[in-house]
Design a protein around this ligand. Structure first.
Ligand SMILES: *Cc1c(COP(=O)(O)O)cnc(C)c1O
Length: 425
C-alpha cells in the first residue's frame, strides 16, 4: 500500500504545468524572470482580487524576509509574531537582527489572540519606548485569524501587518482573500502547500510602487548605472521562469484543490463525529464569532485537517511513546536533521498523540503533531512572549491528518478506521 501523505503536490489532469514548462524551454527563458513569471503574477493578482500587485519569489520564507526589509526592520527592532506557527514566520525577523515578540493564540481559530496582541503592543511600548515594527498574524492550517479585530488593533496603533497566508492560500474572511488585508501578504508554493511551483512563494503588495521596491530587493538591490552599484543589501529571491510555468498550470486547478480540501474536511467531520475523545478542529461560525451576518465570516481552505485527542484517551502503545530516539524529522522537506541526543524535550505532545502518530505510520498514514509554538523553541528562548497557555495546550493534544487532492474518499475512510483501531475504548 502506498503511504497517504499529509499534503502532496498534485498536478492538473490535463498536464497544463508541463505545457508551460515546455514553453519556457522552447523559448529559452530558463532564468528567474520571463513570460511565465509575469503571467503567473497576473494569475495570482486576479485570484487575490482587491487590485493587489504580486511579486513571485523563490520561497514563502523569502516573502516574509522581503516584507520586513521593505518595512525597514533592522537590528534592535521588534516584530510581533504569532507564536503558534511554522518557524518560517519568525526566522526572517532573526535574519534581520531584530527580535520576534511572540503572542499566543485564541482557542477558536488557533491564531493570534486579539486581547493578548494589544497587551503585547502596550507592554513593548512601555518597556522599549518604541512600537513594534510589524505584526505577523498567521492562518494556521488554512484557518483565517480574526481579521477584523487584529486589523482594528494594528490600525489603531499604526503598525503595519504582514499576513502570513502561506497555509491560507484561498481562505477568505468575509469573502475577501487572506493576504489582501495587511500591508503585505505572504504566499507559499512549496511542494506541500495548496498549490506548488515545486518550491516558491509570493508577496502580495498594495500598489505598483511597493511591488517595484520588493522586486528591487529580490534582485540584489541594483542602482541605475552601467555597472553594478549597490546602496542597500539585496537578495536573490526571484522565482525561476521554469517553476513559474508549474505555477501557471496549478492556477488552472487551484479552485478544485480548495474544494477538495473542504470536501475532505466535511468527510472527516461526518466520520469522526461519534468517535469519543477525538475532536475535529472546525472553523468558527458567525455566531461563535459573535457576529450577525448573512455572509460567512471565517472560510478556511482546510489546508490540513486537524484533530485533538482527549488526554484521557488510551491509544495502543502509548506506554512506549518516546522510548526511542527517532532518526530524521517530521515533514517531507527536511533533508538533513541533527541527530537528537534525547528522545524527549521539556515540551512535547502527550503520549497518546505520539502513539497515534506511530500507529498511523505503521499503517502507512502520515500524521504529525501540530507546530510546536515558537515561544517553546530553544532557539527563541530569550524572545519576549505573551502567553495564555492556548498554543502549548493545543500542541500537547493535536494531530494533523492528510488532506488535499491526493487523498480520496476511501483514504479518509481508511484513515478514520485506523484512528478507531488505534484507540482502546
Ligand atoms: C510554508 C510556510 C511558510 C514558508 O514557506 P516556504 O515556501 O516553505 O518558504 C511560512 N509560513 C508558514 C506558516 C508556512 O506554513
Amino acid at each position: 500500500m502506498k503511504k497517504i501523505n499529509l499534503c502532496l503536490a498534485h498536478m492538473s489532469e490535463d498536464g497544463q504545468e508541463l505545457k508551460f514548462v515546455k514553453e519556457a524551454f522552447d523559448t529559452n527563458w530558463v532564468v528567474p524572470l520571463g513570460p511565465n513569471v509575469n503571467a503567473f503574477e497576473k494569475d495570482l493578482e486576479a485570484f487575490m482580487g482587491m487590485d493587489k500587485h504580486v511579486v513571485a519569489l523563490s520561497a514563502g520564507t523569502a516573502a516574509v524576509h522581503l516584507a520586513l526589509c521593505a518595512l525597514g526592520v533592522h537590528e534592535g527592532d521588534e516584530v510581533i509574531v504569532q507564536s503558534f506557527t511554522f518557524c518560517a514566520s519568525a526566522n526572517p525577523v532573526a535574519y534581520l537582527g531584530a527580535t520576534p515578540v511572540f503572542v499566543d493564540s485564541e482557542p477558536m481559530t488557533w491564531n493570534i489572540d486579539p486581547e493578548l496582541l494589544e497587551t503585547a503592543i502596550k507592554d513593548r511600548m512601555a518597556k522599549t519606548g518604541k512600537k513594534p515594527k510589524a505584526i505577523i498574524p498567521v492562518s494556521l492550517y488554512g484557518m483565517p485569524y480574526q481579521v477584523d479585530k487584529i486589523m482594528e488593533i494594528a490600525n489603531r496603533y499604526e503598525i503595519p501587518v504582514v499576513e502570513d497566508a502561506a497555509e491560507g492560500f484561498g481562505s477568505c474572511w468575509k469573502g475577501q482573500k487572506l493576504g489582501t488585508f495587511g500591508k503585505y501578504g505572504v504566499l507559499s508554493f512549496n511542494g506541500n502547500k495548496m498549490i506548488t511551483t515545486s518550491g516558491g512563494g509570493a508577496l502580495v503588495c498594495e500598489d505598483e510602487a511597493s511591488k517595484n521596491n520588493i522586486m528591487w530587493y529580490a534582485t540584489q538591490a541594483r542602482e541605475s548605472y552601467p555597472y553594478y552599484q549597490h546602496e542597500a543589501i539585496g537578495y536573490n529571491y526571484r522565482l525561476s521562469n521554469v517553476c513559474a510555468g508549474i505555477g501557471r498550470g496549478q492556477m488552472t486547478v487551484v479552485d478544485d484543490h480548495i474544494a477538495h480540501h473542504k470536501h475532505v474536511q466535511a468527510l472527516y467531520e461526518e466520520l469522526l463525529k461519534d468517535v469519543p475523545g477525538v475532536k475535529l478542529h472546525k472553523q468558527p461560525s458567525n455566531e461563535e464569532l459573535g457576529v450577525r451576518s448573512e455572509e460567512l465570516l471565517c472560510d478556511s481552505n482546510y489546508w490540513l485537517c486537524t484533530i485533538t485527542l482527549d488526554p484521557d484517551l488510551k491509544v495502543k502503545g502509548q506506554e512506549n511513546a518516546y522510548k526511542k530516539i527517532i532518526t530524521g524529522a517530521v515533514g517531507g522537506a527536511a533533508g538533513v536533521t541533527h541527530v537528537a541526543d534525547s528522545a524527549i524535550t521539556e515540551c512535547q505532545p502527550n503520549p497518546n498523540v505520539e502513539a497515534l502518530r506511530v500507529f498511523m505510520d505503521e499503517h502507512q498514514v502520515e500524521a504529525r503533531p501540530l507546530w510546536k509554538p515558537m515561544h517553546k523553541q530553544p532557539i527563541f528562548k530569550a524572545a519576549p512572549a505573551y502567553v495564555n497557555g492556548v498554543s502549548e495546550g493545543l500542541f500537547k493534544v493535536g494531530v494533523c491528518l492528510p488532506a488535499g487532492p491526493c487523498v480520496s474518499d476511501d483514504d479518509v475512510k481508511y484513515i478514520v478506521e485506523c484512528i478507531k483501531g488505534a484507540v482502546e475504548f
